[in-house]
Design a protein around this ligand. Structure first.
Ligand code: PMP
Length: 305
């Protein structure tokens, strides 16, 4: 089946969706993006895009930080995305990648006096991390970028060198994922995921002021936990708590809810996927497929049969 992208204001076949080699965003990383998932529901024969508006609101926030003037409104961005997906016609889970970028073909590192463009494409997509067996993580030797170095609450392309270094180090050393500490030594997040742990029945996650991305899955999990009667606490997390917590998991659009079973060679709890992680994971997968009426408004149908 032909795949389509949206670029320079038009829907174009994927193979024609190209940008020039001197594009500013390519030369300097001056772009911001989103990662959005679409879930195929075989039951309803429908593709549901999860929290589409929230992702585009975050993209518009990233644009503001990046001095990108968005030419499309929130509604238009959602509409363009649904049209791209409808044209592709997938009957499987997909990953959607919108990018707002500095499109001028020019040399010179700055954010102003440049043209901006928006593109979006989607690809069929399965698991990003192996969520069945639990992750083995290491604390990264790379410190996490700081908000006043490269803003962490914007999803800026150039910032992803930091997670790429950490993830590669973890993989090279035989682990599945990296956990970043902030400059103050507190747990920040995973390479492209937010971090949660369970201690004494309470779900604990670092506050957004730890220099992390304000994750949409993080927000989803906090709401689901409250629904399930699990108390949620936002507070700083020390490194040694990684070794003593009862359960831990990473959250993200790609990672979904990925339980951690080991950190720095110490088992998390008894080294198995814990009950609270499993419960949240189970509910999450129902929610994203539109199976929970209370959260149906988070799921935008593509085909609207
Ligand atoms: N932190 C970083 C650095 C990420 O790249 C991501 C993935 N977007 C997340 C956290 C999780 O964010 P979300 O749940 O919105 O996908």
């Amino acid at each position: 089946m032909a795949r389509y992208a949206f670029l320079r204001g038009e829907f174009v076949p994927m193979e024609q969706a190209k940008i020039g080699i001197s594009t500013h965003a390519f030369l300097y990383g001056t772009a911001c993006f989103e990662g959005i998932r679409g879930y195929w529901s075989a039951k309803e024969e429908e593709l549901f895009v999860f929290r589409l508006r929230e992702h585009y609101q975050r993209l518009l926030d990233s644009c503001k930080i990046m001095r990108i003037t968005p030419k499309y409104s929130l509604d238009e961005l959602c509409d363009i995305t649904i049209q791209v997906l409808a044209k592709c016609g997938d009957r499987t889970d997909v990953y959607i990648r919108p990018v707002y970028y500095k499109s001028s073909e020019t040399i010179g590192v700055k954010l102003t006096g440049l043209e901006d463009d928006f593109l979006v494409f989607a690809v069929p997509f399965g698991e990003y991390l192996d969520i069945s067996k639990g992750l083995r993580c290491r604390v990264s030797s790379w410190l996490h970028s700081e908000d006043n170095a490269i803003p962490t609450r914007a999803k800026i392309n150039g910032v992803y060198i930091n997670p790429a270094l950490a993830k590669t180090e973890a993989l090279d050393d035989g682990y599945d994922e990296a956990i970043f500490l902030s400059k103050s030594g507190h747990v920040a997040e995973g390479s492209a995921e937010n971090f949660f742990m369970v201690r004494q029945g309470r779900l604990i996650t670092p506050p957004v002021t730890t220099g992390l991305l304000e994750g949409i899955t993080r927000n989803t999990v906090m709401e689901l936990a409250e629904d399930l009667g699990i108390p949620v606490v936002e507070r700083l997390i020390d490194r040694s708590e990684l070794y003593l917590c009862d359960e831990a998991f990473l959250t993200g659009t790609g990672a979904q809810i990925s339980p951690i079973v080991e950190v720095d060679h110490r088992p998390v709890g008894d080294g198995k996927i814990g009950p609270i992680s499993a419960k949240l994971q189970q509910l999450y997968f129902q929610v994203v497929k539109g199976e929970v009426p209370r959260y149906r408004h988070w799921c935008t149908p593509v085909y609207k049969k």
